[in-house]
Design a protein around this ligand. Structure first.
Ligand SMILES: Cc1ncc(COP(=O)(O)O)c(C=O)c1O
Length: 380
């Protein structure tokens, strides 16, 4: 079976230096709050153009910390897409907030501006005090931030970008992580910038948000260690993970370029084959970090069969995401946009992600696309 995400090839390239950096941490012994963390934060600030960066324990915790900074209180509402990973909505619930589920666009998989407006109108009707919007750069492409910003400004809402998958991508010349008031990313190993465990980061240009998140990730610490300004959490990143990320950062840009080349080749191959699928589309002036290469199968193509036939040909596939968050038991009773999230429901039935990583060879891409094409033709 080929790898869906091949982390071994990358590790081979950087292993010696990763070992050196880990050895350095073992030598100085500052496993918690070591100097590698502030060095990493500085580098991430340079890459993203974001003034303040706080590294923390995971992408999920970065979302929670960001919401604490934004001052989310129990029973306040936040618009979130339903076609996403659980963390986006979970973070809102962790603070007692109400996720208000909105639809995504079929072409980009990202939150739909019309559905946001529908949700705002509905929230007014049913008396939910909306405070903000969480956008998600699903599969690597940032949301259409200018359009969303216009709606947010008009309705006095903040925007928080969940860039767990899209960190490093660009939107109109700005880097994801710096597209709105505050952004979060994840360093989960399979992410475009992943560590060898859990980790995440929060990005902002507003010093006050940074200060609150900083305090909250150290149990709400005040001026001194055992004096508290707020209720917080243990949200620290390990020094060893920061050391690993410092090494990973040295190849991050070249890996983003390689991912783009893989995506371009997939698209070119499928277009030549004239396969009956919907290919991922980028909006104008936007790049993707290509966390995933996700296609839409024709609705009459049996996805379970497609996956098992691909598996027989030694090609792994994955479904992100088979059940929309608003349809899952713990989230069923939260409000949804009156458009009923039709695109989200449709996508959850037909999306499929193909192997994607920077070291996928041309030969493999050709094999995957022609095999997928053959199988789809036989199934519909
Ligand atoms: C869109 C999205 N948000 C948040 C997260 C949470 O990140 P983590 O696993 O680091 O907590 C993920 C990670 O899978 C994600 O894909």
């Amino acid at each position: 079976m080929m790898d869906f995400i091949d982390l071994k090839k990358q590790q081979k390239l950087i292993r010696k230096n990763v070992d050196k950096r880990i050895a350095k941490v073992l030598d100085h012994g500052q496993y918690i709050q070591g100097s590698e963390i502030s060095e990493l934060e500085k580098n991430l600030s340079l890459i993203s153009g974001s003034k303040f960066v706080l590294c923390c324990s995971s992408g999920t915790d970065a979302l929670v910390l960001g919401l604490i900074s934004l001052g989310l209180k129990p029973n306040q509402g936040v618009i979130v897409p339903s076609f996403t990973f659980a963390s986006t909505a979970e973070a809102v619930c962790m603070l007692g907030g109400i996720p208000f589920f909105s639809d995504v666009k079929l072409e980009t998989y990202n939150i739909c501006e019309k559905s946001i407006i529908n949700s705002i109108n509905e929230a007014k009707k049913i008396g939910i005090d909306l405070k903000g919007i969480i956008t998600v750069g699903l599969f690597g492409q940032p949301s259409d931030m200018d359009k969303i910003k216009e709606i947010a400004d008009h309705n006095n809402l903040w925007i928080f970008d969940d860039a767990a998958q899209s960190f490093g991508a660009e939107y109109k010349g700005k880097v994801s992580g710096n597209l709105c008031q505050i952004s979060a990313t994840s360093f989960f190993p399979a992410k475009p910038l992943g560590c060898y465990g859990d980790g995440g980061a929060l990005f902002t240009n507003e010093e006050n948000y940074y200060r609150i998140a900083y305090s909250a990730h150290l149990h709400g610490m005040g001026e001194n260690k055992y004096e508290y300004d707020r209720i917080g959490m243990n949200g620290r990143i390990d020094t060893i993970q920061a050391a690993i990320l410092l090494e990973k950062l040295t190849i991050f840009k070249s890996e983003l370029f390689k991912r783009k080349k893989v995506a371009d080749q997939y698209i070119k191959r499928f277009l030549t084959l004239n396969t009956n699928i919907k290919l991922p589309k980028l909006i104008k002036n936007t790049t993707s970090s290509w966390a995933q290469f996700t296609i839409q199968l024709p609705l009459d193509c049996n996805r379970v069969k497609f996956q098992s036939l691909m598996k027989q040909k030694k090609i792994p596939t994955a479904i992100y995401y088979p059940i929309p968050i608003h349809c899952q038991t713990p989230y069923k009773n939260f409000p949804i946009s009156p458009d009923n999230l039709k695109n989200t429901i449709k996508l959850s039935k037909c999306v499929i992600s193909l192997p994607m990583h920077p070291y996928l060879s041309s030969k493999d891409i050709d094999y995957i696309s022609s095999t997928a094409d053959d199988i789809i033709r036989n199934l519909v």
